[in-house]
Design a protein around this ligand. Structure first.
Ligand SMILES: [Zn+2]
Length: 319
């Protein structure tokens, strides 16, 4: 009697694709695995880290609903097969990303006027990309590479805006030393800074820098924008919170340690945006939910299609 042929090993799932997309959903399918008992999928909606696992998928398909129009969703899939010893899960597949259909572009109305009411800086737009530089005045444990990485998120945003609108509105600048001639306590008091806008700037230039202070009205705040000064700051509690005291690494490696989302949020305040629940609807453009609650979101992912769509009205092409 010949030995029975062993079952072929199924291996990672292949052929994952978005079979259908709508404004708020993606229907995923993949190649069926003959010996599959079920499939598992890990789903990463674009807005941050709130990934979840669909544990019990009998068919090689998954529909993800409740997504934002024009946003990305990423998944990875694996197959569970039965063996003599019970079930075994094969390794996760490569990530596959799909985007939902964007909503129709907004008709511009009073976005620019509303943005100016929140941030006079908006008036400096002349069609030249707004340049974001980062002052190298962080505590020693924040290395030069880490400061450059903070600025890297701005570069990602610059490209994301151009991809959607076809022109550039912001530009990643450089990590620069503290300019000479500032008073010694220039970065020690948020209210004083807001009054005096100490850093000398060119039109259309934005500075990020370390504010060596706790903001008394919100002692746990990790960052703050000063729109009129064309600046945003990383406050001491937020910077200290991201220090891994064991390894001395900054930012720490855990989920939520990245400062990128905070950079996006504060930068958008300077660009004329306000929190979702802000008091005066005539002041500022409402951030998307992802941008409003962007802490811990890496890169420029917290900035959604709708956030960028409104930029087009505030900073029209050509100035
Ligand atoms: Zn804010």
């Amino acid at each position: 009697m010949p030995e029975p042929e062993p079952e072929p090993e199924p291996g990672p799932v292949t052929g994952i694709k978005a079979a259908e997309v709508g404004p708020d959903f993606v229907l995923w399918t993949w190649d069926p695995v003959p010996s599959a008992v079920r499939y598992q999928a890990r789903v990463f909606p674009e807005a941050g880290y709130d990934s979840y696992v669909e544990d019990d998928l009998p068919e090689p398909m998954l529909r993800v609903d409740g997504l934002e129009p024009g946003s990305a969703v990423k998944i990875t899939v694996r197959v569970v097969v039965r063996t003599d010893e019970g079930g075994v899960a094969w390794p996760w597949s490569d990530y596959v990303v799909a985007e939902t259909l964007p909503p129709p572009s907004r008709q511009c109305t009073d976005e620019r006027a509303r943005a100016v009411r929140h941030s006079e800086f908006v008036l400096e737009w002349d069609g030249t990309p707004l340049r974001v530089d980062m002052i190298d005045n962080f505590p020693d444990y924040v290395t030069g590479d880490a400061v450059a990485a903070l600025l890297g998120a701005v570069g990602l945003l610059a490209d994301k805006i151009e991809d959607q609108l076809g022109y550039r509105i912001v530009e990643m600048g450089e990590v620069v030393p503290v300019p000479e001639g500032l008073p010694p306590d220039w970065n020690k008091d948020p209210r004083d800074y807001r009054r005096n806008c100490w850093l000398p700037r060119d039109d259309g230039q934005i500075y990020g820098f370390y504010m060596d202070a706790v903001y008394d009205s919100a002692p746990s705040a990790g960052a703050q924008a000063h729109p009129r000064c064309g600046a945003f700051t990383f406050l001491r509690p937020g910077v200290e919170r991201r220090l891994d005291t064991g390894s001395g690494e900054w930012p720490c490696a855990d989920l939520g340690c990245t400062y990128d989302g905070t950079t996006m949020h504060e930068l958008f305040h300077v660009l004329g945006y306000q929190h979702i629940d802000h008091d005066d609807p005539n002041e500022g453009i409402s951030m998307s939910r992802a941008l409003d609650d962007s802490s811990g979101t890496p890169g420029a992912q917290s900035v959604t299609w709708s956030d960028i769509d409104a930029l087009r009205c505030i900073f029209p092409k050509g100035g």
